[in-house]
Write a protein that binds this ligand. Structure first.
Ligand SMILES: CC(C)(COP(=O)(O)OP(=O)(O)OC[C@H]1O[C@@H](n2cnc3c(N)ncnc32)[C@H](O)[C@@H]1OP(=O)(O)O)[C@@H](O)C(=O)NCCC(=O)NCCS
Length: 194
């Protein structure tokens, strides 16, 4: 599926390219220390070289080419700074057209409403551009900021999926919030095979 550029009031959402290296480096190495259990610490600069960045971009390209996984960077329109990401991990095509929907805002940019602004557009990207019919956010039970955000987006709680994700050496339960095309005024997608 071809990935393109999308705009919201304050943000640009598009795949990363090599020329994003400086802002990517800045986002990953010079962020604030971990602000919560669900945040992460800045990366060492040695893990964020241009060579590594180019390899990562190649990896994303390969995964998107196989229709397995799609990642988009979130950029602030005004400053061109990379403030976060959304991603889609395809669980199934053919019958379900179903993906896990992920999002992250780099901690220096929390509290500006960027997460909900980007993730609302991300739902449309998932349905229209990636032709998905079901987007699921799987959220740790105590990830309050994420739960608050999906509620703002109007995603619907379906329940708790037991021992869904292997994290830090154990299988953990996740809250499942779902969006369907009709929830954002779009038509259902028809099934198709890869
Ligand atoms: C969850 C996460 C994406 C939320 O990012 P965010 O941009 O801060 O979230 P929102 O868009 O919901 O922003 C809402 C906050 O911005 C404030 N805000 C400021 N200006 C705003 C505006 N113009 N519009 C909307 N909200 C605004 C709101 O008051 C609210 O503040 P509060 O959190 O103190 O109540 C972020 O915390 C994150 O990346 N966490 C780590 C990764 C993670 O948990 N990912 C999800 C895994 S399931």
């Amino acid at each position: 599926m071809k990935q393109t550029e999308h705009k919201t009031k304050r943000l640009i959402i598009r795949p990363l390219k090599t020329s994003d290296y400086r802002t990517w480096l800045d986002a990953h190495v010079y962020g604030l220390p971990r602000q919560s259990k669900w945040d992460r610490d800045p990366y060492p600069a040695s893990e964020c070289t241009l060579k590594i960045f180019k390899n990562i971009l190649q990896e994303y390209k390969g995964l998107a080419g196989k229709d397995d996984y799609y990642r988009y960077g979130i950029f602030q329109k005004k400053t061109k700074v990379l403030v976060g990401l959304i991603d889609f991990n395809i669980y199934d095509r053919s019958d379900l057209q179903f993906a896990n929907y992920g999002y992250r805002i780099h901690n220096r940019h929390w509290g500006n409403g960027f997460g909900s602004e980007a993730a609302a557009m991300g739902l449309r990207i998932g349905f229209k551009e990636l032709k998905l019919n079901r987007l699921e956010a799987a959220i740790n039970l105590d990830n309050k900021k994420s739960i608050k955000m999906v509620k703002v987006l109007g995603m619907k709680k379906e329940g708790i999926r037991k021992k869904f994700w292997y994290e830090n050496g154990k299988w953990v339960d996740h809250l499942i919030y779902v969006a369907l095309p009709e929830d954002v005024g779009l038509n259902s997608q028809m099934p198709f095979k890869k």
